[in-house]
Design a protein around this ligand. Sequence first.
Ligand SMILES: Cc1cc2nc3c(=O)[nH]c(=O)nc-3n(C[C@H](O)[C@H](O)[C@H](O)COP(=O)(O)OP(=O)(O)OC[C@H]3O[C@@H](n4cnc5c(N)ncnc54)[C@H](O)[C@@H]3O)c2cc1C
Length: 397
Amino acid sequence: MDLSYGDADTAFRDEVRAFLADKLTPDLIAAADRTVETYSEFECGRRWLKMLAERGWGQPGWPVEWGGTGWSAVQHYIFSREVALAGAPNGFNNHPGSCILSFGSDAQKARFLPDILKVNTIWAQGYSEPAAGSDLASLATSAVSDGADYIVNGTKIWTTYAHRSDWLFCLVRTSREGRKQQGITFLLIDLASPGIEIKPIINLAGQHDFNQVFFADVRVPKANRVGAENEGWTVAKYFLAFERLGSGAARLLRRLNGVKRIVGLERASDGGRLADDADVARRLAGIEVDLQALDLWELRFTSRLSRGEEPGAEVSATKVLSAALMQRITELGMRTLGYYGLPYEPDRLSAASNSPPVAPAHVTAETLRYFMKRGETIYGGSDEVQRNILAKRVLGL
Ligand SMILES: Cc1cc2nc3c(=O)[nH]c(=O)nc-3n(C[C@H](O)[C@H](O)[C@H](O)COP(=O)(O)OP(=O)(O)OC[C@H]3O[C@@H](n4cnc5c(N)ncnc54)[C@H](O)[C@@H]3O)c2cc1C
């Protein structure tokens, strides 16, 4: 098995590296390094995505006529790897572009895709509800037909970034007849519409990433429905398949490099290096080996896509493996911090008489990341649900 790039792919990699060296400025890398939330600092994230868009690399996977690149599967792999390793900010790339391309009308494509491509609009995902998470098809937010509009009532929860978003791509119930999957419709909802209220939910790491969104008689034009009425489940599943593909060993390698920097620091107690600690070294080596295995596993999908094949149900294993690795990496970050690894509670720490010294900024961020990354095994289909898929569809159990 030859894993080296051919001449054309090497030239492409060098082109990507040259772009990154030119455009990915130290302030953007620093903003990405500071990130503990799902997305990097808003203005830095947007600036970076706009630079990619100007270069024509904003939505590499889209068809060329809509601003995509026409890259091969290997070029996609190279691009996402180089961007992650260079330390670029996380973009807010949660949008329904792929669904609009596959199921939307020409008018919807013309209206929504250019703004997504140029990062003029930010989107949030309105799938989960208080009583519909893994069992998403139980969702109850209703949309009742009223002339050219739907009237939407109900609530969505865990809606990442709704407070910074312009639009919500949303699943609503338009029928209670037949199987519960059959009465679901996919709507694009302007978050500035009257009747919408967005309430923050503060997560385990003390960050405002999530929200609960409430709808009280919200009028949504039927022109914003993607696909046919009651056939939104097919559109929604299409989006989830993309979400699971994008896990990424490079993203993990980047995070691991951050932890390695901490491991290289001096231990406060005796001036020794954490990397010399046998337990830390063993954990680090274990993670690095498993990360290489994940990288090879991902290349298997790159190879399948290169041959024009579908990724298949095995892609669920990518989500399971990468979520577990991310949690091991952030756990190692926490364990190596010792004193500083205490939960970050600035008010309590300063009030307590025996409070530990204030942690350096990167150490505090590592602690917050540990809490943030608990969510890795939940969103985009929980670990248990992915394992059910693997058991049923891959192992035939
Ligand atoms: C960081 C983060 C970001 C998110 N962002 C968004 C967003 O932007 N938009 C959005 O719509 N949602 C979002 N979510 C919500 C996410 O999709 C749901 O949390 C997820 O689908 C699980 O649903 P639930 O929380 O209701 O848990 P439940 O479905 O109630 O599950 C509870 C537990 O039971 C297990 N379980 C459930 N069913 C089964 C089964 N059949 N077999 C075995 N075990 C099972 C689960 O694995 C879990 O451990 C986000 C979640 C997180 C953590």
